[in-house]
Design a protein around this ligand. Structure first.
Ligand SMILES: Nc1ncnc2c1ncn2[C@@H]1O[C@H](COP(=O)(O)OP(=O)(O)O)[C@@H](O)[C@H]1O
Ligand SMILES: [Mg+2]
Length: 400
């Protein structure tokens, strides 16, 4: 049964669909490292959890969330402590002759209850001066593992972005180090990486002139649900709460949210059931529409969307934040707009008379981040998702 989960990554039976893309990932892993690309809330982390929770025969899968990491040595420490969490890989690591003795003592003293915090501190000390060589040495030990090892690395672009803000040179060194590690024959024999994240990694690397450091990765996109999956998903979610819905209601939900993003389906179904129970009203198409307008777009659900607004703060320069907000506000009022018109709005926001490159970059970012889409048929831009557009209108357009 697929239960309603709004926000946290979904696991086990609560992960609906996605069989095809998961199969594809396993297939590609035979011969490649992977870049898992999708906007926020499409279900990347859930898919990574599935790889870890249900590994294919002959694989050990580890999950790393690297969003908070700001130093290459910390990245390596995370990998090593993950490897120490599983008996088979722990044995390999700790039996290596030059594994730092201080750390070995800690591990051996606490076989039952490893104090990861202690190990991390010691490892960090060990690696701080010489992360390139030490790190490579430790990770290469895994070539002796019977099983193949897969590391899923979540929120990688955020890590790189933050790292490069602090220390661009070291970040470049790290990117090159990581690429050469991935493709070195000893490592490639047994270790694979699935690298994921929501913000456009290409843009970040282009700015650093380091795009070649991910050219070994095979890109796999995670899209919206197709219509049939979306319909069945809605029916399943209602069923898990003992509610039967007819096709009219299912279609109404799909109309309201626009693109079939699993997260937004969860939000609307969850709010509909809550509201129908609170008010003791049967679920009808009109009722769903009322819930959408009053609840989903209402203040109580604001936190579900707020990060799309806050996210723009992460755009590197202040001017980009300002100009992107100006563009989104304008676009939220229209069905679609020509690039030429948007360019004028951009120039006005940044008080310049000319900046085509900046504009193109920004539009590329907004497209990558799934705020807007480019319609090739008539060469216009529009909002990428109806629900986000409705939300943007509600909070940032109508109040003006
Ligand atoms: N396959 C799925 N089945 C059910 N719900 C999903 C699925 N994928 C995503 N979701 C919904 O989206 C939310 C975010 O999922 P998550 O895996 O954290 O996305 P991401 O890592 O891409 O931001 C979940 O809490 C859930 O509501
Ligand atoms: Mg995630």
């Amino acid at each position: 049964m697929t239960n309603i989960v709004v926000g946290s990554p979904v696991r086990n039976d609560n992960l609906y669909g996605r069989e095809e893309v998961i199969d594809l990932i396993w297939k590609k892993l035979e011969g490649s490292n992977i870049l898992l690309a999708a906007p926020r809330r499409f279900g990347k982390t859930s898919i990574m959890f599935n790889l870890r929770d249900s590994p294919r025969e002959g694989f050990d899968v580890f999950y790393l969330d690297v969003e908070w990491i700001r130093k290459p040595s910390d990245f390596i420490v995370e990998i090593i402590t993950e490897l120490l969490s599983k008996d088979s890989t722990k044995r390999i690591i700790t039996s290596a002759r030059s594994f730092p003795k201080k750390i070995l003592d800690i591990i051996k003293g606490n076989i039952e209850e490893i104090e990861y915090a202690d190990i991390k501190i010691k490892l960090r000390e060990e690696l701080s001066g010489n992360w390139e060589e030490q790190g490579k040495y430790l990770i290469k030990l895994i070539e002796k593992s019977q099983n193949k090892v897969v590391f899923t690395v979540d929120e990688f672009p955020v890590m790189i972005h933050e790292m490069s803000e602090k220390n661009p040179e070291e970040t470049k060194t790290f990117l090159n180090w990581f690429r050469s590690l991935r493709i070195s024959p000893e490592v490639f024999k047994n270790i694979r990486f699935v690298i994921g994240g929501s913000i456009g990694i290409e843009r970040i690397l282009n700015k650093m002139d380091s795009i070649a450091t991910i050219n070994d990765l095979e890109k796999i996109y995670i899209g919206e649900f197709n219509k049939k999956d979306a319909e069945n998903f809605i029916i399943e979610l209602f069923k898990s709460e003992d509610v039967d819905v007819d096709k009219g209601i299912v279609n109404k939900i799909l109309d309201l949210i626009g693109k079939h993003i699993p997260y937004f389906i969860q939000v609307l179904v969850s709010e509909t059931i809550k509201e129908s129970r609170n008010k003791d009203i049967d679920i009808s198409r009109e009722f769903v529409e009322k819930v959408y307008k009053e609840k989903v777009l209402g203040v109580e659900c604001r936190t579900y969307f707020e990060h799309y607004y806050m996210r723009l703060r992460q755009y590197s320069e202040l001017l980009e934040e300002k100009s992107s907000k100006a563009i989104l506000k304008t676009l939220a009022r229209e069905d679609e707009m020509k690039p030429k018109t948007l360019y004028q709005i951009y120039l006005k926001a940044i008080s310049k008379t000319d900046d085509p490159d900046g504009f193109n970059y920004l539009m590329g970012d907004l497209e990558n981040d799934f705020y807007i889409k480019f319609n090739h048929e008539n060469e216009t831009y529009s909002f990428a998702s109806k629900i986000l557009k409705d939300w943007w209108r509600r909070y940032y357009v109508l109040i003006e």
